[in-house]
Design a protein around this ligand. Structure first.
Ligand code: RP5
Length: 177
C-alpha cells in the first residue's frame, strides 16, 4: 500500500506489519498530513516478508526518508528489524490485539538490546498520533516552519483544556480561580 501520489518525496515512512494495522495507523498518517509532512505507507512484515522489510529499511535513507514509524502487533519484531538495517530514527507503535491485547507488542518493541534503539510509543491510537508528532518534532529541528506549526498546535491543546475546565466548572457552578 502506498499513499500520497504527490511528486514531493516522502520524509516519513510508515511501515505496517499487516494491513489490519491500518485502521489505527491512519491516525499517524492523518497527523503528518495536518502538518504538511509527506509520508509513504507500506505494509511489510518482519515474519511474512522478511527480505522485503529489510530492503525497505536499507534503502529508506537514500530515498530521502528522515524518520521511520513502524507498527506491529503480537510478537512485534518489525520496528527492531527495521532499526537494525538503518541509521534513521525508528519509532515503534505497538498494536493492540491477541490475548495480551498489546502488552505483548509493547514489550517486544520496547525491550531492544543495547545498540539498536527503537523509540517506543503508547499502544494503539495514542501511540500512532504521538509517533507522528515525534516525527514532526524531529523534522522541526531543521525546519523553522514546522517548529512554528508545533507551537501553534500546543497552543490549541492548551485552549481545549481551558475550554473543558470552564465548561465543567460552569456546569458545577464553580467560579473564580
Ligand atoms: C502483526 O501481527 C501485525 O502487525 C498485526 O498487528 C498482527 C496480526 O496480523 P494479521 O493476522 O491481522 O495480519 O504482525
Amino acid at each position: 500500500m502506498s499513499h500520497g501520489s504527490s511528486p514531493i518525496s516522502p520524509k516519513v515512512l510508515i511501515v505496517l506489519g499487516s494491513a489490519s494495522d491500518w485502521p489505527v495507523m491512519k491516525e499517524a498518517y492523518a497527523t503528518l498530513t495536518k502538518f504538511g509532512v509527506p509520508a509513504e505507507v507500506r505494509v511489510q512484515s518482519a515474519h511474512r516478508t522478511p527480505d522485503e522489510a529489510v530492503q525497505l529499511a536499507k534503502t529508506a535513507a537514500e530515498r530521502g526518508i528522515r524518520v521511520i514509524i513502524a507498527a506491529a502487533g503480537m510478537a512485534a519484531h518489525l520496528p527492531g528489524v527495521l532499526a537494525s538495517h538503518t541509521t534513521l530514527p525508528v519509532l515503534g507503535v505497538p498494536m493492540a490485539g491477541g490475548i495480551l491485547d498489546g502488552l505483548d507488542a509493547l514489550l517486544s518493541i520496547v525491550q531492544m538490546p543495547p545498540g539498536i534503539p527503537v523509540g517506543t510509543l503508547a499502544v494503539g491510537k495514542a501511540g500512532a498520533i504521538n509517533a507522528a508528532l515525534l516525527a514532526v518534532e524531529i523534522l522541526a529541528l531543521s525546519d523553522e516552519a514546522l517548529r512554528s506549526a508545533l507551537l501553534e498546535y500546543k497552543a490549541r491543546l492548551r485552549e481545549s483544556v481551558e475550554r473543558g475546565n470552564e465548561e465543567i466548572r460552569k456546569e458545577l457552578g464553580q467560579f473564580g480561580s
